[in-house]
Ligand binder design. Structure first.
Ligand code: HEM
Ligand SMILES: CC(C)=CCC/C(C)=C/CC/C(C)=C/COP(=O)(O)OP(=O)(O)O
Length: 301
C-alpha cells in the first residue's frame, strides 16, 4: 500500500490511537477469548458472540491505552517503546487517558447489557487488574510483577466462556492456568535478551534483579506445570485426541526449547538464540494450542 493510500485509510492521529491499544499483543489475547467462547458448551447467537469478542478486544485496548498513559516516562527510556505516541510527543497524556477510560466503560457496559453481567464483571476486573494492580503497583516494585500481573492476560478465555454459559466451571479455570503459567517463560525469555533496556528504565524485571541464572531456572521451572496444565483437558476427558496429540507435541517442543534456555550460559544478547527461539515459539504455541482446543471441542469431542 502506498503511503498516500494508507493515510487516507487511517489518518496519522487514528494510527496513534490504534497503536495505544497495542494491537499486535492484543491479537493473541483476543484470540484466546474467541477460543474460550467457541469451546464452551451451549449455544450463543452469532451476533451476541461477535459483540462479546468485540467487547473483549475493546477492553484489551483500554488496558494498552491506560498502560501507555501511565508509563509514558518509562517508555521514553527504552528503544523498543520510545516511538509510542506519548513518548514520541505525538499525543498528549489526557487524550490517552480519556480514550482508555472511555474504551473501558464502553466495553464493560455493552458486555453487561448485551451479553451478561458475569462476563462484564470479569472484563472489568481484568482491566482493573492490568491497569492498576500490574501497571501502577506491581511492575515498578517487584520482579514477580509479571507472574502476579500476568493473571490479567489469562482471563480472556474465561470471559469468552462466561459469555456463553453465564458461569465459570473447572475447564475455563484450567484455560486460565495455562496462560498464567505460560506468561513467565513467554516474557522472561524476551526480558533476557532485552535486559539492558528494562534495567535502564528502572523496571525491576527478574533478569536485572536476580540475574540470568535464576531467570533461566524459573523459565524452565514454569514450563513443566504449564505443559501439565495444557495436557490436562485431554487427560480429564474434556477434549478428544486431536487436542491431546497437539498439546503433547507442542508442549514437548516448548520443554525442549526451555531446556536449551536453561542450559545456555550466554550473557551477551547476541548469543541468546535459545531465548529468542523460545519467545517466538511461545506465541505460536499459545495460538495453536487454543485453536486446536476450540476446533477439537467443536468438531470432535
Ligand atoms: C504480564 C504479562 C506479559 C508481559 C509483560 C508481556 C510482554 C511482552 C513484550 C514486552 C512483548 C514485546 C513486543 C511488544 O512490545 O509489542 C510481547 C510480545 C507479545 N506478547 Fe506478551 N506479554 C505478556 C503477556 C502476554 C499475553 C497474556 C499474551 C497473549 C495471550 C501475549 C501475547 C504477545 C504477542 C502475540 C506478542 C508479539 C507481538 C508482536 O508480534 O509484536 N503476551 N509481550
Ligand atoms: C480482556 C482483557 C481486559 C485483557 C487484558 C490482558 C492484557 C492487557 C494482557 C496483555 C499483557 C501485556 C500487553 C503485557 C505487556 O506488558 P507491558 O505492558 O508491561 O509491556 P511494555 O513494556 O511493552 O509496556
Amino acid at each position: 500500500m502506498t503511503t498516500a493510500a494508507r493515510d487516507i485509510l487511517m489518518p496519522a492521529e487514528w494510527r496513534d490511537f490504534w497503536a495505544l491499544t497495542k494491537p499486535r499483543v492484543m491479537s493473541l489475547v483476543v484470540f484466546t477469548a474467541l477460543c474460550g467462547l467457541l469451546a464452551a458448551p451451549g449455544n450463543i447467537h452469532p451476533i451476541i458472540a461477535f459483540t462479546a469478542v468485540l467487547c473483549i478486544a475493546l477492553g484489551a485496548g483500554a488496558c494498552g491505552s491506560l498502560n501507555q498513559w501511565y508509563e509514558a516516562d518509562v517508555d521514553a527510556k527504552m528503544a523498543r517503546t520510545a516511538q509510542r505516541p506519548l513518548p514520541a510527543g505525538r499525543m498528549d497524556r489526557e487524550a490517552a487517558l480519556h480514550f482508555g477510560v472511555g474504551l473501558a466503560a464502553f466495553s464493560v457496559g455493552i458486555m453487561g447489557v448485551a451479553v451478561n453481567w458475569l462476563s462484564a464483571g470479569l472484563l472489568a476486573f481484568s482491566i482493573f487488574f492490568y491497569s492498576i494492580v500490574y501497571t501502577i503497583w506491581l511492575k515498578p516494585n517487584t520482579p514477580q510483577n509479571i507472574v502476579i500481573g500476568g493473571a490479567a492476560g489469562a482471563f480472556p478465555p474465561v470471559i469468552g466462556w462466561a459469555a456463553v454459559t453465564g458461569d465459570v466451571t473447572f475447564l475455563p479455570v484450567l484455560l486460565f492456568a495455562i496462560i498464567f503459567l505460560w506468561t513467565p517463560p513467554h516474557f522472561w525469555a524476551l526480558a533476557l535478551f532485552m535486559k539492558t533496556d528494562y534495567g535502564a528504565a528502572g523496571i525491576p524485571m527478574l533478569p536485572n534483579v536476580k540475574g540470568q541464572r535464576v531467570t533461566r531456572n524459573q523459565i524452565f521451572g514454569y514450563s513443566f506445570p504449564m505443559a501439565g496444565a495444557a495436557i490436562l483437558p485431554f487427560i480429564l476427558g474434556d477434549s478428544g485426541w486431536l487436542y491431546g496429540a497437539t498439546s503433547m507435541l507442542l508442549s514437548g517442543l516448548f520443554l525442549i526449547l526451555a531446556f536449551r534456555v536453561w542450559q545456555n550460559e550466554a550473557t551477551d544478547a547476541a548469543a541468546m538464540k535459545p531465548e529468542k527461539q523460545l519467545f517466538a515459539f511461545s506465541i505460536l504455541y499459545l495460538f495453536l494450542l487454543f485453536a486446536l482446543f476450540a476446533i477439537d471441542r467443536m468438531v470432535i469431542a
